[in-house]
Design a protein around this ligand. Sequence first.
Ligand code: GAP
Length: 466
Amino acid sequence: MKEEKNKKENDLMEKIVSLCKRRGFIFQGSEIYGGIAGIYDFGPRGVELLNNLKREWWNAHVYQKENYYGLDAGMFKNPRVWDASGHTSGFSDPLAECKKCNTRIRVDKVLGAIGIIADEKMSEDEINNLFDAHRNEIACEKCGAHDFSRVKKFNLLVKSNLGDFTSEENEPVYLPGEACQGIYLDYKNIVDSMQPKIPFGIVQIGKAFRNEISPRNFLFRVREMEQADTQFFIKPNENKEAYERIKQEQWNWLLSLGIKAENLKWHQHENLVFYAKDAWDIEYKFPWGFDELEGIHDRTNYDLSQHMKFSGVDLNYNDPITGEKYIPWILETSMGMGRLFLSIMLDAYAEDELGSETRVLLKLSPKLAPVKAMVAPLLRNKPELVTKAREVYAVLKKEILQVAWDDNGNIGKRYRRQDEIGTPFCVVIDFDTLTDDAVTVRDRDTGKQERIKVGELVEFIKEKIN
Ligand code: GAP
């Protein structure tokens, strides 16, 4: 039974990974050199889908809000930032190594897989005791031996030698372990330059890097990621209502992308990470089970207090309405764009029968689809059809942007290719077009076709994709 379930999970992941490569969504980083663990590249279709997701996210979290401010902070930061944030001392995962083949395991995850609850926040002694009690049940995934080292806490920050021209690496400049630190560092600049009235938000989509011990599950656990973060600055102790509202808004936003509600669920953290007073995850039903998609954290005044202490700069907010002076509390939402991308792909993947043929399709919401419309002449060896199709293509490309041309193979094959990448509309120019100035528009999900006048095509597609 368990084997059957594992096979089904692996099948779906294999299908998604294969489709992503075959159709230009995601490639393994440095593939021609044998790859590099935990790094992926977004190909031509992937980058369009990713950009659509980012645009939707920015729209909902900046343009549709009042008093929210966008930011794009530099990645590298003064090394003291990571001391203040707690990352140099507290940002680690428990690691053990197979003594036979040197494979490294993340102990909390391996224990979790056999039903033992452990997490990265336990002390080294606590997790060693737990691991010792279950060592015999844990085999190395590579060589099968039951012979692991003692568990050590391994810090996840990635170091660089930026600005260091010695070989000593005494004060490494870290790559960001979480993107949100840039927001805390620019909080004062934004208050001074924009004069926001509390409560206000600062948002950013930024890169983060983690020396993950065992990157896995495709885009789910990677070493280089992009996080879409909102930090909402509130008056002290005014967290409860705002926290519930923000949680609900994030949930609703995921639904607005077309993700099925039954594939989402809430999970409250019992063991809180060092900065949080309360923490909830929105989990997505990945093929291996529900797992974290987005973290929503009540960070209190932890971050600004720490940066005030370490930098010596006053980070109090002078409330222009009440005249009070205080360090704002922060409510955070943080979502890995790669995890969102993977959830969207899994949620949209479908196989069905159309006209007695089995097909694969991505039922992406039209606003997310990397290609909104494919334009094709019915036959590519008829110049009058090609000329007219090129005209239609030029207009759509200018107005809709994400438009593809495909005159390769029979029309059925072209439809299948577009179904597989989630293109909601295929526009075909046939002999009737030359007399009635109308085209056939085929709908991805139903396969139904309707005739639309060329002059009404842009509006027709715009209305559907918005
Ligand atoms: N600033 C808070 C923060 O970084 P987190 O729970 O560690 O919190 C937030 O990360 C989100 O970033 C997660 O919910 C997940 O979507 C994403 N994320 C974290 N680690 C990741 C990894 N190794 N690979 C891909 N995404 C990751």
